[in-house]
Design a protein around this ligand. Structure first.
Ligand code: FAD
Ligand code: ZN
Length: 232
C-alpha cells in the first residue's frame, strides 16, 4: 500500500535459492503497491550475530563483571549502542510491517537471524519488563510475519507426523520473540520441502506468496495465545 514501510530481514546465502526468490517477489510486489521496502540481507551485510562487549560504545555500566543484558539496556538508554545496531533499530522503528525470510534451521531460524533478534530487539528498545507481550515497546501498529522454507514436508509437520505440528515450532519465534516485543503477528508463510517438490509446485509457492502480498495490509493478526499453538 502506498506510503507503508516494510522491512524484510532476509537470511540466505544464495540469491538463486527459493528463499532468494521469495524475497525478490516480496520486494517486487510490495514496491509495485507503492510501499517503501528495505531489505536487511544479513549474510550479504556480514551481520554480526554475537552479543559482545563491542556492542557498547564507551564505558561500561559495570566494568567489573560483564552482563550483556544490563549493559545493552544501559547503552540503549544512553545512546551508546554500536552503529550497526542503531541502524537496524532505525529500520524497525520506521517499518509498518516486518517480514522475516529464512530457511528453517533446527526448528528455528538461522543463527545469523537469531543474532539479529538478540542484538536488535534489546531491552529498552523492544521491551522493558513489564512492558512485554501486548504492552511490548513495538506494539504501535507494527505487524510481523515469518516467511520460511523447510526440509520436511507438510505431513512430517502435522500433529501425528515425525516432527509434530508446525505450530509448535512457531511458539518460541512468534510468541517468545515477536509478540513479546509487542508486534502483531500475521499468519506465517510456509513453503514445505521446496527441494523435493516438482518445479510446478515451487512456482505455485511463489505465486501464492505474491497473491497474498496483494492484500497483506487487510490481514488481521492471529490470536497469539497458547490455544492457537496447542489446541489443534
Ligand atoms: P533451495 O534448495 O535453495 O531451493 C529449492 C529449489 O527451488 C532449488 O532447486 C532452487 O533452484 C529452486 N528455485 C529457486 N528459485 C526458484 C524459482 N523462482 N522458481 C522455481 N524454482 C526455484 N529442515 C527442517 O524441516 N527442519 C529443520 O530443523 C531443519 N534444520 C536445518 C538445519 C541446517 C543447518 C540446514 C542447513 C538445513 C536445515 N533444514 C531443516 C533444511 C532447510 O530448512 C531447507 O534446506 C531449506 O528450507 C530449503 O530452502 P532453500 O531456499 O535453501 O532451498
Ligand atoms: Zn503470543
Amino acid at each position: 500500500m502506498a506510503g507503508k514501510k516494510v522491512l524484510i530481514v532476509y537470511a540466505h546465502q544464495e540469491p538463486k535459492s527459493l528463499n532468494g526468490s521469495l524475497k525478490a517477489i516480496a520486494v517486487e510486489e510490495l514496491s509495485k503497491q507503492g510501499s517503501d521496502v528495505t531489505v536487511s540481507d544479513l549474510y550479504d551485510m556480514q551481520f554480526e550475530p554475537r552479543t559482545t562487549r563491542t556492542d557498547i560504545v564507551g564505558d561500561l555500566y559495570n566494568p567489573e563483571q560483564f552482563n550483556y543484558g544490563v549493559e545493552a539496556w544501559e547503552a540503549c538508554k544512553n545512546g551508546c549502542l554500536s552503529e550497526d545496531l542503531i541502524e537496524e533499530q532505525r529500520k524497525v522503528k520506521e517499518a509498518d510491517l516486518l517480514i522475516f525470510q529464512f530457511p528453517l534451521y533446527w526448528f528455528s531460524m538461522p543463527a545469523i537471524m537469531k543474532g539479529w533478534m538478540d542484538r536488535v530487539f534489546i531491552q529498552g528498545f523492544a521491551h522493558d519488563f513489564p512492558k512485554c507481550f501486548d504492552s511490548g515497546l513495538l506494539r504501535y501498529n507494527k505487524k510481523a510475519l515469518l516467511s520460511f522454507t523447510t526440509g520436511g514436508d507438510q505431513g512430517m509437520y502435522s500433529k501425528e507426523g515425525l516432527s509434530g505440528d508446525i505450530r509448535w515450532v512457531l511458539w518460541p519465534m512468534q510468541h517468545g520473540i515477536l509478540h513479546f516485543c509487542g508486534l502483531s503477528v500475521l499468519a506465517p508463510q510456509i513453503c514445505f520441502a521446496p527441494e523435493y517438490v516438482a518445479l510446478e509446485e515451487r512456482k505455485q509457492m511463489l505465486s501464492s506468496w505474491a497473491k497474498r502480498l496483494k492484500t497483506i495490509w487487510e490481514e488481521k493478526p492471529i490470536n497469539c495465545i497458547p490455544e492457537w499453538y496447542y489446541n489443534i
